[in-house]
Design a protein around this ligand. Structure first.
Ligand SMILES: [Fe+2]
Ligand SMILES: [Fe+2]
Length: 472
């Protein structure tokens, strides 16, 4: 059942044609989706032919097919990961019971909320990245952007399928709302704040795919633990696609660092803006901004909602099954930050109420890996500069740190000290103008913009100078 049926209007591996009502409902939503793609998706791109991968199978090997495709003709569809026989709920009050194939009535509202919140981020990112194609640093990068965009569109399909298939009328209404809210819209914004900030330059795009898509990895991983089996299977397959998005971010920032190192060494100065490079101080500001707004995505440090989702068996921890404990968290504790006497201290609270904080810490550890790699490149090049993740207290809008000001090391500071220093920490209008000034499109086959190194290798065995996007 892993093969995808492409003879259908909506490609799928869920035997959609066996359920006429559901099929008709989704076929009615499809034109609204295509209309949204046309209006809010990648600008001026509908005639481009792009070397894109399309899912044809959900097994670990050989799940994708690559071909030159026009994006509006991309076959968005519904793919669930393979069913695991006799799967049991792995955590919470129902631990050990059979997983649910239908929505448990008493948890319907919570489950719908989890699916809607996740689903909303998918089209949001496409909207945020709408105009980036105009300033791509290479055809290779342009292809990466479009690949990510079509897959985020498919992730929306994945969540909309669950809403339609399992939630009846209110599910269908939620599916419509997904196309009505828009990133940054004053009246109907996207649900989460980090998905309302436009991504207008490619440095931000690589930061987005490093930090925001990685938030996606952690959210999807905890949802993949869900006792609601269709959600688990959906998320498992989405994670396969997500890995490439993070690769784009990881390798993208790495290529910026690489190019900056070259310019620093060539000119014997850290001040490489004058040579058309992104200086490390600027890079650090972009990291400070993206990492801090992503920490907010994990919610309050202490959260009864998160505790309930866990207890109910709806959303687990990251790699729940690999954690060695009772998976019920009775009497377990976890450390969360608090402010006392104008200092950040840590105190122990129930592990169940601090599920969000644990996921945020797991996320931080994962983010640190890239930072370490980039720092190694700097050390190896003999450059006396290290990049770092800012403290969790820095530049936060949700939770314990929302009402205080802290510097990047987590020292609490006054509002006036914040105002005095903020320009050293997060991008200013002038920084953004500078980075945008570098964003000149490079459309020649095999060429790359001067502020970033060329990719180390091509896609799917193709050379780096393969024509990844054809414009005609
Ligand atoms: Fe996604
Ligand atoms: Fe993604």
């Amino acid at each position: 059942m892993t093969k995808v049926d492409y003879s259908q209007t909506i490609p799928n591996n869920v035997n959609l044609s066996d359920d006429r009502r559901l099929q008709r409902a989704l076929e009615a939503w499809q034109p609204a989706f295509l209309n949204w793609w046309d209006e809010m998706g990648p600008a001026e791109s509908s005639n481009y032919e792009i070397f894109l991968r399309t899912a044809i199978d959900v097994s670990a090997k050989g799940w994708a097919h690559f071909d030159m495709v026009k994006m509006p003709e991309y076959r968005w569809g519904i793919f669930l990961g393979d069913k695991e026989e006799n799967r049991k709920i792995g955590f919470g009050a129902h631990k050990g019971e059979d997983v649910w194939q239908e929505v448990p009535g008493e948890y319907r509202a919570e489950l719908r909320r989890l699916i809607v919140t996740q689903g909303d981020t998918e089209p949001a990112s496409v909207e945020q990245q709408r105009i980036l194609g105009r300033t791509c640093p290479s055809l290779y990068d342009l292809r990466s952007l479009f690949q990510i965009n079509v897959e985020e569109g498919r992730h929306l399909w994945a969540m909309v399928y669950l809403l339609h298939a399992y939630f009846g009328r209110d599910g269908r209404e939620e599916a419509e709302e997904m196309l009505m809210r828009h990133s940054g819209d004053e009246d109907k914004p996207r649900i989460l704040e980090a998905f309302n900030v436009p991504t207008t330059d490619w440095l931000s795009f690589f930061m987005f795919t490093y930090f925001q898509d990685r938030d996606g990895k952690f959210q999807l991983s905890s949802l993949a633990e869900s006792g609601f089996d269709p959600l688990s299977r959906t998320c498992n397959f989405m994670l396969t696609e997500e890995a490439h998005h993070m690769f784009v971010g990881d390798s993208g920032v790495g290529r910026v660092v690489q190019r900056s190192i070259e310019l620093i060494k060539e000119n014997d100065t850290l001040d490489i803006r004058q040579f058309g490079g992104i200086d490390l101080a600027t890079l650090q500001k972009w990291i400070n901004f993206h990492f801090s707004i992503c920490l907010d995505l994990f919610g309050q440090e202490k959260s009864t909602n998160a505790a309930n989702f866990y207890n109910m068996g709806l959303k687990g921890r990251f790699q729940e099954m690999k954690i060695d404990d009772d998976h019920k968290l009775d009497g377990e504790v976890y450390r969360v930050p608090e402010i006392r006497d104008n200092k950040v201290i840590f105190s122990e609270v129930g592990a169940l109420t601090s599920i969000n904080e644990r996921l945020r810490n797991d996320y931080r550890d994962d983010c640190q890996k890239g930072i370490d790699r980039w720092n190694k490149m700097l050390t190896k090049a003999g450059i006396d500069f290290q990049i770092k993740l800012p403290h969790s207290a820095f530049h936060r809008n949700i939770g314990t740190f929302a009402d205080i000001n802290a510097d990047i090391n987590g020292n609490l500071i006054s509002k006036s000290e914040w105002d005095k220093n903020v320009d050293n920490w997060i991008p200013t209008a002038a920084d953004r103008a500078f980075v945008e000034s570098l964003m000149v499109p490079v459309l020649e086959v095999g060429k790359t913009a001067g502020w970033i190194s060329p990719p180390a290798r091509g896609i799917q065995g193709m050379d780096t100078d393969f024509e990844y996007v054809k414009f005609h």
